[in-house]
Design a protein around this ligand. Structure first.
Ligand SMILES: C[S@@+](CC[C@H](N)C(=O)[O-])C[C@H]1O[C@@H](n2cnc3c(N)ncnc32)[C@H](O)[C@@H]1O
Length: 421
């Protein structure tokens, strides 16, 4: 018998879950008030981390959102492309009809005409006739599949040459306590009970779980508190959910013929963000990229997910052209003048990731640069402004390099896609 012909009970239960509780729970009317922004698939991140800020903005972007759910990533990307006048099309794909209904209603409120909907399994992509795609999002899906490697291979089968993938998978340490309560609920609320009964039992358990239950002590996880029934079910009653450490993620990625172009945010995955002791630094310097990221994950202990941009292993390294004066820097979801105005006198920017503050030392001219970053001025124009305001040219050149090195790792200062090839 072909392995796929074997009925996979957890997968059938997973399909039933997302029909009963499309994820995440969203009210389409909210689209009139706000756009939900995040990673992966923020257009600025895709331009920078996947395409190295070299793919022209005028080139149509064909994007696939595999396991698009109720539409957060699809709406964000389609809206950002629309707002920036970027050509292309976003294709939502999921096997949940209920999720499609929500995502379509949200797209209708926004009046998006660059977003299409396909219902089906991403595992069927190789035979689907869909694609190729320049960019593929697969956020919070691979870790629910019967075989995540098969899922990733299915995505690669429709990836255009030179394209890239943005994934999010669970990570174990930041989810401390989740798997213990999942074990408890497998005993208290078996998967053959109807979903509403399982929810009710989970709520009863949460009321009674003692203070020593690790989830009570885990401040990074709040889907069971803030995500409604859909969030509670997804977190504690999910029929299949596996977490990947950095080395496990790296192995999954390599097995699909891909490599990690960047982990979000790079600063979190740099052990030197946490370790200043020279004896420890002497060791971290000798580690390779995956080992360094694994060490950072093990040290900080608060990573509940990994967000990674992936490209083909054979793709040449594509560092963004930071030294090019024609390149246009952008501040991702930050306003340059306000950021500059609020910089501390000691030049240290405190960046917080899931409760963990990491100090980022900025150079003296940081404010002069950041106040001029508006998404339209290029580096040449910004340098000209900084020097015209009184900075010595060599000082400005030095501080530009230091600023970029510090801020790119926060995923906040990126380069825009060039307007022309
Ligand atoms: C946790 S939700 C994530 C939704 C969305 N990507 C997000 O991050 O907001 C997982 C989604 O994957 C979908 N899914 C699971 N297995 C799938 C498969 N084999 N093919 C397509 N979609 C699948 C589910 O229906 C569900 O909508």
């Amino acid at each position: 018998m072909h392995p796929r012909m074997t009925p996979d009970l957890p997968d059938a239960a997973l399909a039933a879950q997302y029909e009963a509780y499309p994820y995440p729970a969203r009210d389409p009317r909210e689209e009139a008030k706000r756009l939900i922004i995040g990673s992966p698939s923020h257009l600025r991140e895709v331009d920078h981390w996947v395409f190295g800020a070299r793919r022209p903005a005028s080139q149509p972007l064909r994007a696939l959102m595999a396991g698009g759910g109720s539409g957060d990533g699809s709406l964000m990307l389609a809206q950002q492309m629309t707002s920036l006048g970027r050509p292309g099309r976003v294709t939502w794909l999921d096997r949940s009809t209920a999720a499609k209904r929500v995502a379509m209603a949200r797209a209708a409120v926004r009046g998006l005409d660059n977003l299409g909907f396909e219902e089906g399994s991403l595992l069927e992509l190789p035979r689907s006739g869909l694609g190729p795609f320049d960019y593929i999002d697969c956020c919070g899906v691979l870790h629910h599949l019967p075989d995540p490697a098969e899922g990733l291979a299915a995505l690669v089968s429709v990836l255009a040459p030179g394209g890239g993938i943005g994934i999010m998978v669970y990570a174990p340490h930041g989810r401390t306590g989740v798997y213990m309560l999942q074990d408890a609920l497998r005993l208290l609320a078996p998967t053959d009970l109807p979903p509403p009964s399982r929810i009710e039992i989970a709520k009863r358990l949460w009321k009674q779980a003692p203070d020593t239950a690790w989830l009570r002590r885990n401040p990074w996880i709040d889907d069971h508190l803030k995500g409604g029934d859909a969030g509670l079910y997804d977190l504690l009653l999910n029929p299949r959910d596996v977490a990947f450490t950095v080395p496990q993620l790296a192995a999954l990625v390599a097995g699909a013929g891909l490599r990690i172009a960047a982990l979000m945010e790079p600063l979190r995955y740099d052990p030197d963000s946490y370790l200043t002791d020279p004896r420890l630094r002497a060791v971290t310097t000798g580690l390779d990229t995956v080992q360094r990221a694994a060490l950072a994950e093990a040290i900080c202990g608060n990573m509940g997910i990994h967000i990674a941009y992936l490209v083909r292993a054979s793709a040449p390294p594509l560092a963004a052209p930071w030294t090019d004066d024609a390149a246009v820097p952008v501040l991702r979801e930050l306003d340059g003048p306000s950021l500059a105005k609020n910089l501390r006198a000691d030049g240290v920017l405190s960046v917080t990731f899931d409760g963990l503050s990491v100090p980022v030392a900025l150079p003296r001219l940081a404010g002069a640069f950041l106040s001029r970053v508006d998404g339209t001025r290029n580096w040449g124009e910004i340098m000209h402004g900084v020097i015209a305001a009184g900075a010595a040219p060599d000082h400005a050149a030095r501080d530009r390099v230091t600023l970029v090195a510090a801020m790119e790792k926060t995923n906040r200062l990126l380069l825009a896609a060039p307007l022309t090839p």
